[in-house]
Every structure is written in structure tokens, then in C-alpha cells.
Design a binder for this molecule. Structure first.
Ligand code: FES
Length: 546
């Protein structure tokens, strides 16, 4: 394997890697703005210039300094190279570039959303000058409304052009351009167009400074108050890796997590902004039993107790059919199937309706927007099939109910972000006993004999199987709102109610281990991808020689 040396450290590399890629792969920092692994290389910001010495084949391969500094992002790594990122020449360039970038920058960090995660801020501290020598008047640039979701604060822009290249190379929609020249150049949309494509929000993440801002997150939180929980997209079948960023039980934003095997660096706008229903005022938060006054001021625990008792007494001794939603985790599906099979070994299991919106759309950059708007249809089916019966789809389930015979009680699960119950499903239920586990209002709420409020995927842990059959675990980001519980926990409570034992607490890891005892579910032991958290943990301890 060829090797080069960066700041005295020998590092092996693959052919085709740039000096910057080699350094980053060894967790050595070379400052960079315009380079991004998902975009073409333009080498325009010049902060990554390094001093390179290379063997000269015309002089017995003796090491010779290359007279000019070279951009680490664009210079291929070569065997025997010696690179300095901290030599006087390299650091003088870093200081000069930082000074140049800050000349017209408003330095309004106290009111900037990017503060705390801004590379301009970080590099100014690490590589810049402590004081500005610029005494002239700064050029002021306007704020621009680029589209329905994104604002541009041109003053803060450092013209790295990542956003422009994104719309050209990844989405192919080309809404953005560089307008003007020199100190007057700025980013803008082409006349008459808006930055409005299905992946537009990624330019916010790409912007290394606080120029491109998320209207939805504007002035909502200082980023250092946010806790990041690794999670998986719970709205579509792609299984995109995401971080849920939250504070005190409130989710403020969703960011992509890099996974080169799934979503690379991007997520779609529907994943980024489609989660708002979890804090919607209309979210259902309390259990309800038909015939009981919903405004009865009893304690929540009592409401849960009376609701689970009512659910059990209605279902016990009957033939049951259960509709398990593709919005649930595999663990939810497994506990629910266990529950109905414990009550009725002949219980009918069905997969809930799988919403499809158009067709998959693949962008020039390779990202695919999924038409299937449910995260776990394959995982739920896999789990239900392990119980040995034929699994009905939603249409066959409805036909079975509409035929008039069959089950006397029905367990339904929803957890969709919007209304999902059709008039025909409601009609097919007839006068059967209905237990509904759901999150949002729907036409069955009043009809259900027992309604149990469920938790969304951000409020529980579990596993989704994406469209490519990849099993990925996600962690609970926030506590369930008010009195909601995960479907798995509800099933465990009901199972305990069957034999009068104490309810177990739901634990996704232990559930996967229990599931994997069944040979058909063995993959839950060793094929589940757990979230990788790659953020470096820096010690805040200072070691002092005594
Ligand atoms: Fe190399 Fe911008 S990162 S020139």
C-alpha cells in the first residue's frame, strides 16, 4: 500500500484519494470549506492549501519542496509525499484566507442559527487572526427568500458554491447560481425560479456557515442545547439514517446521518420536515373506553387500567383478527402478534395498508426518493410470517371482515402521520369489538370500543427493515408525549393482564434476542445494523504534571 507522511505521521492510502481524503480518513484535520465528499472538487476556497514535498524522479527520487502551496482537496496523494499542514507557509495561508473570508462577514454569531456548528467560527478560532485589520466599511448583502423552506443571508456566505453544485450534480434541478463577480458576487436563484425540489433542505446542511437557513428552525434553539439521537427515517421505506435533535422532550429538527450504503449524505424534504405531527395538538394522548365519559377526571393510570381491562375482557374468548401497521417497529409487531395469539391461537394476522405515492424517483446524484410511505412493511410481514400463518394484506383483511363471518373482535393499529381509515374499513367492522391503537384522530376513534394512544417512532426504540431488506435499529429520542405508550409496551401490559402478572418494561434489545430464538427471525440477533455514532468525544480533562 502506498504511503505518505502528514505532519510526521505515516499513512497508507488507496490510489485515487486526495491528500485531504487521506488526512480525514486518519482523523487528521485539514481545514476545508468548498470540498464535500458528495460533490465535485472545485478547490475554490483555498483554506486547505498545504506544503508538499515529493520525491523527484529526475533527481534520484530526492525529496524536493513543491514551490507553491497545493490544495489538499484536489491534489492526489502520491507515494513518498511529505505534507505539512502546520508549517509557517501553510499556517500563513490559513490565516490569510480566514482574514479574507471575514472581511465582509457581519460576525453576527450571537444571532446566527449556525453558531456552535459553524466551521467559519471554528476555523476562525483555530486558524484565524485574533483581531481584524479591516477598517473600511463592510459590503452589505441582502437577505433572500430562496424558496418555501430556505432563507439566504448573503452577508454570511463565503462562496464555497457547495449549494450551487448540489442543485447541479445531485438534484439536477439547477435552481441556484453565482451572480456577480469579486466582492459583489453572491448566490441567487435563477430569475423566476425558487429553490423548491424534493431534496432542497440538504443545502442547509451543506452550507458550512450560517448563510443558508432552515425557515422552520429559524431562531428556535441554540444548537448547543440540542441532544442528538441517532434514528432511522420513520416515514418512508428508504431507511435513511437520521439524527433527531431535541431539547426537553421537543423535537426541533432532523438531520441526515451519513451512511454510504443507504442515504449517503442526504435526506429528502419529506423526511426532514414531515415529522411535525408528533407534536401536533390533535395528537391522541389518553386512552378511551366507549361508553365511559372521556372527561371523567380519573387519574391517567386508572384510565389505562380501565382501558386495558376493557380491551382484554372484550377480546378474551373470541376469535380475533389483528391488522398490524407497517409504521410499527418489528418489536411492536412481534409483541402484538404474541398477544393476539395468546388470546386466540387461530387469530388472523394482517399487514396494514402500505401507502404508495407515485413511483420511486432517483436523482442524478444517486439518491432515491421512495414512493412507499411506510418504514417497515417488510419487517412487519417478516415478523408476522414467523407465527406460521398466511398473512393477509389490508384488502383481504377488509374482505374477510366484510364477509360477515370470521372474527368477533378486531385489533387495529395505525401510527400513520395522516388519516388512514377508509369508509369501507369502518363499514366492514360491523358490530365487532374493536380495539384501536393509534396516534392521530381518525374516523374510528368514536367507533372503537377501546382506544389506546400509541407512541410515534421517535418516542420508542425498535427496528425497521427498509426497501432493500436492511434491518436497522433506532433509539428512542424523546419520552412518549403525555400518556402515550409504544405498541410493544401496550401489548406487554395486555399480556400481563391475561395472567395477572406484573407488566414487563419493553426493551428493544431484549425483544430482539427473544425474537431470534425463532429460527425464522434469527437475523434479529446478528443482522441488525445498530446506529454508528462517529462524533469524536473530546476529553475536557487537562492533565497536569505534579
Ligand atoms: Fe480545498 Fe476549498 S477545500 S480549496
Amino acid at each position: 500500500m502506498p504511503q505518505l507522511t502528514i505532519n510526521g505521521q505515516e499513512i497508507g492510502f488507496e490510489d485515487g484519494q486526495s491528500i485531504l481524503e487521506v488526512a480525514l480518513s486518519s482523523e487528521l484535520e485539514i481545514p476545508h470549506y468548498c470540498w464535500h465528499p458528495g460533490l465535485s472538487v472545485v478547490a475554490s476556497c483555498r483554506i486547505c492549501l498545504v506544503e508538499v514535498w515529493a520525491p523527484n524522479p529526475r533527481n534520484d527520487n530526492k525529496l524536493e519542496a513543491i514551490p507553491k502551496l497545493l490544495p489538499a482537496c484536489q491534489t492526489p496523494a502520491a507515494d513518498g509525499q511529505v505534507v505539512h499542514t502546520d508549517s509557517p507557509k501553510a499556517t500563513a495561508n490559513q490565516r490569510a484566507v480566514m482574514e479574507y473570508l471575514l472581511i465582509n462577514h457581519p460576525v453576527d454569531c450571537p444571532v446566527c442559527d449556525q453558531a456552535g456548528e459553524c466551521t467559519l467560527q471554528d476555523y476562525a478560532y483555530r486558524y484565524g487572526r485574533s483581531a481584524s485589520r479591516f477598517e473600511e466599511t463592510k459590503i452589505k448583502q441582502p437577505k433572500k427568500d430562496l424558496g418555501p423552506d430556505i432563507l439566504l443571508y448573503s452577508d454570511r456566505c463565503i462562496m464555497c458554491s457547495r449549494c450551487v453544485r448540489f442543485t447541479r450534480e445531485v438534484t439536477g434541478t439547477c435552481e441556484l447560481m453565482v451572480e456577480g463577480r469579486g466582492a459583489q458576487e453572491s448566490i441567487d436563484v435563477f430569475p423566476g425560479r425558487a429553490l423548491d425540489n424534493e431534496l432542497s433542505g440538504n443545502v442547509i446542511d451543506l452550507c458550512p456557515v450560517g448563510a443558508l437557513l432552515d425557515k422552520d428552525f429559524l431562531f428556535q434553539q441554540r444548537v448547543w442545547y440540542l441532544t442528538r439521537t441517532p434514528s432511522i427515517d420513520g416515514l418512508t421505506s428508504g431507511g435513511d439514517n437520521i439524527s433527531v435533535e431535541h431539547n426537553h422532550g421537543i423535537v426541533y429538527r432532523i438531520k441526515p446521518r451519513t451512511n454510504l450504503e443507504v442515504n449517503t449524505w442526504w435526506i429528502s424534504d419529506e423526511i426532514r420536515w414531515g415529522w411535525k405531527f408528533i407534536h401536533d395538538e390533535s395528537r391522541r394522548r389518553m386512552p378511551r373506553v366507549r361508553g365511559l365519559d372521556p372527561h371523567d377526571p380519573q387519574q391517567a393510570d386508572l384510565a389505562w387500567k380501565s382501558a386495558t381491562d376493557a380491551a382484554l375482557s372484550g377480546m378474551q374468548g373470541t376469535h380475533i383478527a389483528a391488522l398490524i401497521s407497517p409504521m410499527l417497529g418489528c418489536e411492536d409487531a412481534w409483541h402484538l402478534a404474541r398477544l393476539v395469539k395468546s388470546i386466540d391461537p387461530d387469530a388472523v394476522l394482517a399487514l396494514g395498508p402500505v401507502p404508495i405515492d407515485g413511483e420511486d424517483k432517483t436523482f442524478p446524484g444517486g439518491y432515491t426518493l421512495r414512493a412507499e410511505k411506510a418504514p417497515n412493511a417488510r419487517g412487519v410481514r417478516r415478523v408476522l410470517e414467523s407465527f406460521g400463518d398466511e398473512i393477509l394484506d389490508a384488502t383481504a383483511f377488509e374482505e374477510l371482515l366484510a364477509s360477515g363471518g370470521g372474527p368477533a373482535s378486531v385489533l387495529l393499529t395505525g401510527n400513520y402521520p395522516s388519516a388512514w381509515v377508509t369508509e369501507s374499513l369502518e363499514g366492514a367492522l360491523g358490530d365487532r369489538f374493536v380495539v384501536l391503537l393509534d396516534t392521530m384522530p381518525n374516523r374510528l376513534e368514536e367507533r372503537a370500543d377501546v382506544f389506546l394512544p400509541a407512541a410515534t417512532w421517535m418516542e420508542k426504540s425498535g427496528t425497521f427493515e427498509n426497501v432493500d431488506g436492511r434491518l436497522q435499529a433506532f433509539e428512542r429520542a424523546i419520552e412518549p408525549v403525555d400518556y402515550c405508550k409504544s405498541e410493544a409496551q401496550i401489548a406487554l401490559d395486555l399480556l400481563a393482564g391475561l395472567d395477572g402478572s406484573k407488566p414487563e418494561w419493553f426493551n428493544a434489545v431484549m425483544t430482539r434476542q427473544q425474537m431470534a430464538i425463532e429460527p425464522a427471525l434469527k437475523m434479529f440477533l446478528d443482522e441488525v445494523h445498530l446506529p454508528e455514532v462517529t462524533a469524536p468525544v473530546e476529553s475536557d480533562m487537562e492533565m497536569i504534571e505534579l
